[in-house]
Design a protein. Structure first.
Length: 447
């Protein structure tokens, strides 16, 4: 029997082996898929140098599309509001990206429309952008010519929790107050209606997906693990002082200040150490607070490190503290689990879907003071018995290796492709992220 190896046109507007966030997701998934399908990648022009350095050949392996003019206009507007190189206003940046993305897909159709009509590709899969609010003008065109269109995994739009308006404004998320307007974006409903499969990356995305499109919705997290990027052996046996790591952008919603405040008593008495890895607008305020508390010898502001060096911090950590009050995906939680660091997360958004009760701690979402108190109590209980982390660390590694590697996701995507090409079969079901209520209650009591 001829092996199943479909011809797939992969759309990854951002796709860089040297990038972060969506660009790294685009590269990681496309790169893994290339081993199992006959793939051609469509990406933006600025990704070309990185793809060439990775050994890909333009024209043969990928095609680059230039939308730099509209993107420069987007960046100029954002910089005029938030300042140059600001990480604030992510929602506004997404909204301002809409014209450039329309142009991206329009140019794509002009380049590949004839080849698609001629049957050169079996499936078109839009991997990136992951935002659920960016429509595709390709969807109706592909439906008319009978080429299946897969979109996702999609993630985003997680509602801001009550009581965090100050954090919301500090992050420049003004657009979130009028997010309902996105339902009126031209082409958004048509994208869902004409897609053959809609991959949804979180329980909140499942909730947001209209019931009329439930038959084509499949749960599949957007993040994954590349073992080649996490090759360092775990070198930590839980002991005192407890090794804590915060890893991420230093912005209010990520909560690095809450980690510092929660751990302060343990840091002051030498029972714990904290590495804060990342940079952002909170860096100076964190440095001042560390000095006020007299914790310069217990806390290290590491700054940014290349993604290839992240593993060294995770391999030596007992706990990765990630109390983001609004986290869609949380790749750092997956990565920490793969390296055996036990995650501490809030029971909201993507992270608690990765860190189940046997391999992580989940604190209930509440006011800032409640989160700090809950985390402090949790850290104190772990300090009293660090050996409890041994089985959790092993369980975290086992879960990450079984579920989160890109090769696993490729196998799942092959099932999706097979289904959209033979829709009479059973829709793939990779499980759901929802945990049993009893487990959640036990975990909250423990916290």
């Amino acid at each position: 029997m001829r092996p199943f190896r479909p011809r797939v046109l992969l759309i990854a507007e951002q796709c860089s082996p040297e990038g972060r966030a969506s660009a790294l997701i685009g590269w990681s998934l496309c790169s893994a898929l290339r081993a199992e399908v006959d793939a051609h990648i469509i990406t933006e022009r600025e990704s070309v140098p990185e793809l060439l350095r990775a050994g890909l050949v333009e024209g043969r392996d990928f095609t680059a599309i230039d939308t730099s003019r509209l993107k420069r206009a987007r960046d100029t507007i954002r910089a005029g509001i938030f300042g140059p190189n600001s990480e604030r206003g992510w929602g506004l940046a997404q909204a301002l990206s809409l014209p450039a993305y329309y142009q991206f897909e329009w140019k794509l159709w002009r380049l590949f429309g004839k080849r698609l009509r001629a049957g050169e590709f079996d499936v078109v899969h839009r991997v990136v952008p992951v935002s659920p609010d960016l429509p595709s003008i390709l969807a109706p065109r592909l439906a008319r010519i009978g080429v299946p269109f897969v979109v996702g995994p999609l993630n985003g739009g997680l509602p801001w929790p009550k009581g965090y308006d100050a954090t919301r404004r500090a992050d420049g998320e003004w657009m979130s107050y009028i997010r309902g307007v996105t339902k009126l974006v031209p082409g958004l409903e048509g994208t869902r209606r004409h897609a053959s499969a809609i991959l949804l990356a979180s329980r909140d995305m499942l909730r947001q997906n209209p019931q009329r499109h439930a038959a084509k919705a499949i749960y599949l997290p957007e993040n994954g693990i590349d073992p080649a990027r996490f090759s360092v052996s775990r070198n930590r046996h839980p002991s005192l002082p407890l090794r804590l790591v915060f890893l991420g952008r230093l912005v209010p919603y990520k909560g690095p200040d809450m980690v510092l405040e929660a751990a302060a008593p343990l840091l002051a008495t030498g029972l714990a150490r904290l590495d804060i890895v990342g940079s952002g607008p909170m860096e100076e305020a964190l440095a001042r607070r560390i000095a006020e508390l007299g914790l310069q010898n217990a806390v290290t502001l590491v700054g940014n490190v290349p993604h290839t060096e992240v593993q060294t911090f995770l391999a030596g950590a007992d706990l990765i503290c990630a109390p983001a009050v609004r986290e869609f995906g949380g790749a750092v939680v997956m990565e920490a689990m793969y390296m055996g660091a036990v995650p501490v997360v809030l029971d909201y958004g993507g992270p608690p879907e990765y860190a189940t009760p046997d391999c992580g701690f989940s604190l209930p979402l509440g006011p800032r003071e409640q989160i700090i108190a809950g985390m402090r109590a949790l850290l104190t209980s772990v300090v009293a018995n660090p050996a409890q982390l041994l089985t959790m660390s092993a369980a975290a590694q086992a879960r990450a290796r079984e579920l989160f590697q890109w090769t696993v996701k490729v196998g799942q995507l092959l099932e999706v492709y097979r289904w959209v090409l033979s829709p009479d079969g059973d829709k793939p079901d990779f499980g759901t992220p929802l945990r049993r209520r009893a487990e959640t209650k036990v975990l909250r009591r423990a916290a």
